[in-house]
Design a protein around this ligand. Structure first.
Ligand code: AMP
Length: 403
């Protein structure tokens, strides 16, 4: 693989896998930060005499089909993205009406240096998710150079992220600037993080993060657990969790992980108090209770003040901090305090010199919502990809560049 700076783009067509998966409502983009984050790579190719062919997914069209099983092409079209990109770059961005089909081929063939062509949503083709070789070959034929700048999908072995990369020789493929930055930041926590190293994990499901927790136990000094996943841990320790989220079939595994943590001098911290409610609603009846004594009729929806204090103290004493997953149901204001206070604690610790990486999805949305985005060392654009890296697994998109 080359670096993007080593590649000569003059009179070449570069096909770039970007992550332009922005939130769109009624045809309007509500947050264009992913498009903005992709600009440096696009501009680099254009400024060095090349033409740009862009690929990106948008939403999950295959999970929201029409009644006859067809894709909602208008709803999931990248047309608003082409328009926004054109405005940001002050140029016209062409849009192909398919992904690697006849329209992509004819528009790519006519593309001149300095021009940009965006292909339609990668997920309009079923071969994308399967890493289909024929689709990848059609994509590879469109361009001379392949650039991957989509960290958010780097953990997926799709046609546009993996297979197509394997079809380009080493001197004709490179990572984009965003991808390089993400991998560089990830190394600060995967390769000898400064100690004490604290990982804060929350969110709904423990099953999504069990492998990660197991892999982190020998590396992290502190694991602070919050959100819905905490209650499976509490139950595994014999606590009463009422109606709180619990994954019964994971209790044995959780016990095994807690034992491994003890043997490795990794402290797994669980919430000591909880804001519990009688319904999953903003205006439910609420009560502050001990996390291991939640009454039968209540469910835990946020961490309580004692837990916030304990967790904040550990965060203040940490040199490296990674956070993924909210501490409670932060979308509803009565259960957002835990997530806000933990975000503040991380921001305070960062101001005092700690390195903090916020890993994608809900945690980044939460940090931005509370206006603390620029107080963190780095906000990753990829939750799943960052968690995969932390597990110690090589990302397929990174692997593909080696072939
Ligand atoms: P995840 O996708 O696993 O990171 O989970 C994020 C979701 O977890 C958010 O939508 C939160 O509302 C939800 N969540 C956090 N804490 C709880 C809780 N105690 N009970 C139910 N859901 C929760």
């Amino acid at each position: 693989m080359s670096t993007i700076q080593q590649i000569d783009f003059s009179n070449k067509k570069a096909i770039i896998r970007a992550d332009l998966n922005v939130p769109i409502k009624d045809g309007k983009i509500s947050d264009d930060s992913r498009i903005v984050a992709s600009l440096p790579t696009i501009q680099h190719v254009l400024e060095n005499g090349g033409a740009v062919i862009l690929m990106s997914h948008l939403g999950r069209p295959t999970k929201d089909l029409n009644e006859d099983g067809s894709i909602k092409k208008e709803k999931y079209s990248l047309a608003p993205v082409a328009k926004e990109l054109g405005q940001l770059l002050n140029t016209n961005v062409l849009l192909a009406n398919d992904f690697g089909g006849a329209d992509s081929q004819s528009k790519a063939a006519d593309l001149k240096s300095g021009e940009i062509l965006l292909l339609e949503n990668t997920r309009f083709e079923t071969g994308e998710g399967k890493g289909d070789e024929q689709l990848a070959k059609r994509l590879a034929k469109l361009a001379d150079v392949y650039i991957n700048d989509a960290f958010g999908t780097a953990h997926r072995a799709h046609a546009s992220t993996y297979k197509v990369a394997t079809l380009f020789p080493a001197d004709k493929k490179a990572f984009g600037f965003l991808m390089n930055k993400e991998l560089e930041e990830a190394r600060k926590i995967t390769e000898q993080p400064k100690k004490p190293y604290t990982v804060i994990l929350g969110g709904a499901k423990v099953s999504d993060k069990l492998l990660l927790i197991e892999k982190l136990v020998p590396k992290a000094d502190h694991l602070l657990i919050g959100g819905g996943m905490a209650y499976t841990f509490i139950k595994a320790k014999g606590g009463q969790i009422g109606k709180s989220l619990c994954e019964e079939d994971k209790i044995e595994l959780v016990r095994g992980i807690m034992k491994k943590a003890e043997e490795n001098n990794c402290s797994i911290h669980l919430p000591v108090d909880t804001i519990a409610a009688d319904e999953f609603k903003e205006d439910a009846n609420k009560k502050l209770v001990s996390t291991s004594e939640i009454p039968e009729n209540l469910m835990g929806l946020d961490i309580g003040p004692k837990t916030i204090l304990q967790y904040s103290k550990i965060i203040a004493e940490s040199a490296t901090i990674f956070w993924n997953g909210p501490m409670g149901v932060f979308e509803m204001p009565p259960y957002a305090t835990g997530t806000v206070k933990i975000a503040e604690a991380i921001s305070d610790s960062t101001a005092k010199g700690a390195y903090s990486l916020i890993g994608g999805g809900d945690s980044v949305a939460a940090v931005n919502k509370f206006g603390l985005g620029d107080k963190m060392s780095y906000l990753s654009t990829g939750g799943g990809a960052m968690l995969t890296l932390l597990e110690g697994t090589v990302l397929p998109a990174v692997e593909a560049m080696k072939h």
